[in-house]
Design a protein around this ligand. Structure first.
Ligand code: HEM
Length: 363
């Protein structure tokens, strides 16, 4: 690692699963991380995870938090959100149709759907959404300075604190009121909402935009999906496996452990490359081939074990709604640049593209 600390990278599907399932020996505690975050000065270590952040803690703290939020994505709430996602998708496609191509699919469509879904989930009022988005982007930007990020986080926290307190006093029919009604303390609910905002935006946006790029580069697969839209659920799973945009999971060994014939010492970092594990030929034959009919059960795109993605059903729904609707509305949709011209994210912790120029025949 940049600070000279020793880290291991796992690329074998079964080894990755075994480490992610073993939270007793492989900790997620944030204060043990040695990651090269741009906002850390030399010699700085990470502080412990803030209240409500599920990713940087271990059981039993993690179990308590996950139990409190386990009932959030009920069938009724998911149905409610699905209807909203369908409406937002239609609205954005209507607006996109009025534009003159080429347009940036990331900007006009892919990033809007997950962002607005989170706004629905958190019941962010319409007149606050623009400002909320600006602040959220600043926090996620690798170019923003420490002070700018700090100000954006404080702005979001302050706003969410007021919102959660209001929902606690006067609950409405939405997920944030369900959250506010849990046993969690106010700062934990706010911290959890903040985490949802970051966990659910870039990941899903990049699955939609980069997923479309992958489909454009595999015309036979794209044609199969256009011909048979019922293929979408299998297509989404294969795109998740093939792209694995959240490509790494970090853990710290709490004791000396033998892994794949090597001794990992207590305190060393173990990085699970979910992206490479999802291309392990022992698990998925001919893994570099995109095959929308593959049905890659057990893929690692949402990780594995106690920290497995809590929003995976929501993410799947967003993709299952957005991608077919886009293909149906724009039968001639195509990439408006060569593959070499697409700007790929290289520094961010979610893989994908900065933008995706697309074009279509106008009626
Ligand atoms: C955790 C991927 C969308 C909420 C994770 C992890 C991965 C992941 C790999 C585990 C990280 C680890 O093991 O250290 C993805 C991908 C998504 C997506 C690829 C989109 C395609 C979402 C959405 C939400 C969400 C839409 C909610 C709105 C969470 C939460 C956790 C998490 C709360 C933390 C779980 C825990 O630590 O207990 N996600 N995610 N994710 N994700 Fe997602």
């Amino acid at each position: 690692m940049p600070d000279g600390h020793h880290a291991w990278i796992l690329t074998d599907y079964e080894l990755i699963r075994s480490v992610l399932a073993d939270h007793q020996r492989f900790s997620s505690r944030q204060e043990l991380w040695h990651l090269p975050f741009p906002f850390l000065g030399e010699g700085d270590t990470m502080p412990p995870a803030g209240p409500g952040d599920p990713s940087g803690i271990d059981p039993p703290d993690h179990t308590r938090l996950r139990r409190a939020v386990a009932g959030l994505f009920t069938v009724r709430r998911m149905r409610q959100l699905t209807e909203r996602i369908e409406k937002m998708t239609t609205r954005h496609l209507d607006a996109m149709e009025k534009l003159t191509p080429p347009v940036d699919l990331m900007k006009v469509f892919a990033e809007a759907i997950p962002y607005l879904t989170i706004c629905e989930l958190l019941a962010i009022p319409d007149d606050r959404r623009g400002e909320f988005h600006r602040q959220a982007r600043t926090v996620q930007s690798w170019d923003a300075g420490l002070e700018e990020r700090g100000a954006a986080i404080s702005g979001i926290q302050e706003f969410l604190t007021g919102l959660v307190a209001e929902k606690r006093a006067n609950p409405t029919d939405d997920m944030i009121s369900d959250l506010a009604a849990t046993e969690l303390a106010l700062d934990e609910v706010v911290g959890f909402c903040l985490y949802l905002l970051f966990a659910g935006m870039d990941t899903t946006a990049n699955m939609i935009a980069t997923g479309m790029w992958v489909l454009f580069s595999h015309p036979d697969q794209l044609a199969a999906l256009r011909e048979d839209p019922t293929l979408i659920n299998d297509a989404v799973e294969e795109l998740l496996r093939y792209l694995t945009v959240a490509d790494m999971s970090f853990r710290t060994a709490l004791e000396d452990v033998e892994l794949g014939g090597e001794i990992v010492k207590a305190g060393e970092t173990v990085v699970s490359s979910l992206a490479v594990g999802n291309r392990d030929p022992k698990k998925y034959p001919d893994p570099d081939r995109l095959d929308l009919r593959r049905r890659p059960t057990g893929h690692l795109a949402f990780s594995h074990g106690v920290h497995q993605c809590l929003g995976q059903q929501l993410a799947r729904t967003e993709m299952q709604v957005a991608i077919p609707a886009l293909l149906e509305r724009f039968p001639s949709l195509r990439l408006a640049a060569s593959d070499e011209e697409i700007s790929i994210r290289t520094r961010e912790n979610v893989y994908g593209v900065h933008s995706l120029p697309v074009s279509w025949e106008q009626a």
